[in-house]
Unconditional design. Structure first.
Length: 76
């Protein structure tokens, strides 16, 4: 099992890649976009749970992007 610190660094890596792809994003926008920060009190949430939420958000965004690209290519 991966420990808390390793999950923390995995989350940071995902955040870094997200911000590199979106250089105009504000830091807090990235945290909201990746569902790291939301309106819920998740102070005691374990890092592996947060990481899984981030991965789920990114997977959903990737599927949407693929769908948009596919539809765009059909129109060309």
């Amino acid at each position: 099992m991966i420990n808390r610190q390793k999950y923390n660094f995995k989350i940071l890596k995902e955040l870094e890649e997200f911000l590199q792809d979106r250089p105009d994003s504000r830091f807090i926008q990235a945290l909201w976009s990746l569902n790291i920060v939301d309106e819920k009190d998740r102070f005691y949430e374990e890092s592996n749970i947060t990481f899984n939420k981030v991965k789920k958000v990114l997977a959903k965004r990737n599927k949407l992007a693929e769908k948009l690209i596919k539809n765009f290519n059909k129109e060309i």
